[in-house]
Design a protein around this ligand. Sequence first.
Ligand SMILES: [Zn+2]
Length: 356
Amino acid sequence: MATAAPLLQRSPVPELPRLHQIVLPTPWEIGPVQVYLVEGDPLTLIDTGVARPESRRALEAAFDQLGLGLEEVERVVLTHHHTDHMGQVQALRDAGADLALWVHEDDAEDVELYSMERDERIEVGNELFREYGVPEDLLARQAAHIRAWIEREPPLCAATRVERRLRGGDRVPFKDFELEVIHAPGHTAGHVLLHEPRSGTLLTGDHLMGQAVPFTESYFLASTAAPGDPLGRRPCFRGLPAYLGSLRGLRGRSFRRILPAHGGIIDRPARAIEEAILFYSVRIQRIERALARAAESSGAASAWAVWQALFPKLDPLTQMRTRMMMVIGGLDELEACGRVRVEWGPGGILLHAPIS
Ligand SMILES: [Zn+2]
């Protein structure tokens, strides 16, 4: 029988001998998710993997190797609300664990009210995409496509109760050390990093990963116009500017090691931070050039026109959403830097004009 990759990496940080990495399968291209277990006082799991039988078996096998049972988990801290992170919390409770769940306050509602429909944010996303010029027939076709997928797919997650709503600066205490909560919005609004200062260890969830850079979310926060916005736009969570701001906030700090949720362990934190900033800087430049092309004749263009200029060969039915989030995020960042002017166009569509 072939030997499977080890599911459990004991003590990857020598200074934190009771912290272990557990690798759990996911059904996605990104590959497995890495969760972290701190043994004792209280027994704490940081992220939990998706709620699928393979993931449950892998978690049980790792616990077995440590002589522990899933029902012994006393606390779960989530880096953010996505299904490969919160997926098994309710399953642990169903297995008998009397655990307290700690999540940042901005992600707590997504955890408590989780449903696949809600997680896909179809209507919420469509409202945003409509303002950025995506045609109605594509939005309708895409909503039907996602709903069909939701009906086919077994659940990856279950809604569950949150006991503690975290904020930046809070502490996650253990018997002999503590983790500092750093709020790092971008991938989600309530994403947190967990920092152990003595060893210079940073648990980053999806904010920084070993082999990829995360997508960022954008969505309306309220249905009424923001008082300070001259265009009277609704207040929006602008994921990409938030993400870049969170990354820049990590610059110059003396981290020695990053424990991410995907892609092994990162031994050169400063380089990983710069690479993630560079990744998006390059894409923002491409978005700026695509806007210049799309706006050539009329002086301004919608985000959807920028998408089409950037990705002429992609199938919009399956590829529109995450890439539109990137285009919208890039335009947000260009607006924040004073390189783009935004105005309302015909039909309630936002138009972006390059400032040269
Ligand atoms: Zn995520």
